[in-house]
Design a protein around this ligand. Structure first.
Ligand code: NDP
Length: 447
């Protein structure tokens, strides 16, 4: 239910951003949480902080022409939404996926504002991407696309302005091509302009692992708060990309048994526990589909095409693929199967009905804004190392990540308690993230 004032703000968001359903969903979730904050802080409403937060500071849409290996010309659309810079330069990844349009980029950018605020680090919120589909494209086609994308994007970014990183379809290889083109056009070795870089040219230890590791650390904290741990727990992780792979790695180190993962073709179930070396070989090195994992693994491992991985019973679920991948029905299936905790590695993977099902069943539910903030937090640490021309060890970087995740967890719980909603991590994350941005916006005047 929306507070009356917030309901009219939400109606206005619907009216001003027609057809952008994912953006509407992300805004509604935040507005549903912050009603009680307005009661305590009338100054936010008086200064129209919420109306301002819902309107991006700047939205850039551009043409990306490129040539495939046969010489055919293709035209894609590029986006960068610079949503809020009250806390620092815009920060958020780039997504290359055919489903990308303005509504997806705006939902991701909006979420990023609160997530980045929750980390406690000096980063604003932004997001970008393209409707380019990297699947089946050669390495040289990917390079030419990235170069064309950066040929426009370079004029809008900079270490003090806007700092992109990876997301779906954009990993270390793409970040390398993007940074290379930025350097070539500007004649500046400006390491802090993009994060997720390779270790040989200014990248940071643990950035590749950070989102997945951080999400596992967050769920570990939720389990500890309930007097239990990952030890011996049956876990299902969706996806098999960057976030999923490193979520699996850390859960295994913490004693959990990951029995299933997926990609957009279906899922593999492997009751003996996923063989991570094999999964990395198939997905990261050879860039193949998950059915190849099941074929090579043999034994009891099997591939189930075209179905939802959430039909596999588990005690902990870690949605790590994409938005709206956990429906209300999936959530009911998970609860029936004995699920006690959910950690969102992906952004907004659980639909609103699903969140309700989990919360009503008393499942510990860690929303993406909090649970997957380890990726962007480690990106901010990469910027810090670039600025000081320093590089930290793996062990030190991982310890910093774990401290940040513990702190986010503790603040979500404390804020939920303060507002009379104990154990509600969604409310805790939205309120805590919102307050810091709102206070900065008030302090900075009419921005
Ligand atoms: P990757 O591109 O590395 O992997 C994405 C995975 O999700 C792949 O297995 C992919 O399968 C699957 N997937 C993507 N889209 C769909 C879809 N429409 N339906 C079914 N499966 C799909 O991306 P990341 O691991 O980086 O990102 C995963 C999620 O985590 C996203 O929501 C992203 O926003 C979020 N995130 C990522 C961060 C990061 O640091 N990378 C930081 C914070 C959040 P397939 O290959 O078949 O498409």
């Amino acid at each position: 239910m929306l507070h009356e004032k917030l309901s009219s703000i939400y109606d206005n968001v619907l009216h001003r951003n027609p057809g952008e359903t994912e953006f509407h969903q992300a805004v509604r979730e935040v507005l549903e949480s912050i009603g009680p904050v307005l009661g305590k802080h009338p100054e936010y409403a008086e200064s129209k902080i919420i109306e301002r937060i819902c309107e991006p500071e700047r939205q850039i849409i551009f043409r990306v022409p490129w040539e495939d290996d046969r010489g055919e010309v293709h035209i894609n659309r590029g986006f960068r939404v610079e949503f809020n810079s009250a806390l620092g330069p815009y920060k958020g990844g780039l997504r290359f996926h055919p489903s990308v349009y303005l509504g997806i980029v705006k939902f991701l950018g909006f979420e990023q504002i609160f997530k980045n605020s929750l980390t406690g680090l000096p980063i604003g919120g932004g997001k970008g991407g393209s409707d380019f589909d990297p699947k089946g494209r050669s390495q040289r086609e990917i390079m030419r696309f990235c170069q064309s994308f950066m040929t426009e994007l370079y004029r809008h970014i900079g270490e003090y302005t806007d700092v992109p990183a990876g997301d779906i379809g954009v990993g270390g290889r793409e970040v390398g091509y993007l940074f290379g083109q930025y350097k070539r056009i500007t004649n500046r070795y400006e390491s802090g302009v993009i994060t997720g870089k390779g270790l040989s040219y200014g990248g940071a230890q643990v950035r590749t692992e950070a989102t997945g590791y951080g999400c596992a650390f967050f769920v570990d904290e939720m389990l500890k708060a309930r007097g239990t741990s990952f030890d011996g727990k049956r876990v299902v992780v969706s996806g098999s990309g960057n976030v999923a792979v490193y979520t699996i790695e850390k859960i295994q180190q913490l004693g959990g048994v990951v029995v299933a993962c997926s990609d957009s073709s279906g899922y593999v179930v492997d009751d003996a526990g996923i063989d991570l070396d094999l999964l990395k070989q198939v997905k990261e090195v050879e860039r193949l589909r998950v059915d190849v994992y099941a074929k090579r693994r043999g034994g009891d491992a099997s591939f189930v095409p075209g179905r939802s991985v959430w039909e596999v019973p588990c005690e902990v679920a870690m949605p790590s693929a994409t938005q709206n991948e956990v429906t209300g029905r999936d959530a009911e299936m998970l609860v029936r199967g004995g699920c006690i905790a959910v950690g969102e590695g992906a952004n907004m993977p659980t639909m609103p009905e699903g969140i309700r099902v989990f919360q009503e069943a008393g499942v510990a539910f860690g929303p993406g804004k909090a649970a997957n903030a380890g990726g962007v937090a480690t990106s901010a640490l990469e910027m810090q190392q670039n600025a000081s021309r320093d590089s930290w060890s793996f062990e030190f970087s991982e310890r910093r990540l774990q401290e940040i995740m513990r702190d986010i967890h503790a603040r979500c719980l404390a804020t939920a308690d303060e507002y009379g909603m104990p154990g509600n991590y969604v409310a805790g994350a939205n309120i805590d993230g919102f307050r810091r941005v709102a206070d900065a916006m008030l302090a900075l005047g009419l921005i």
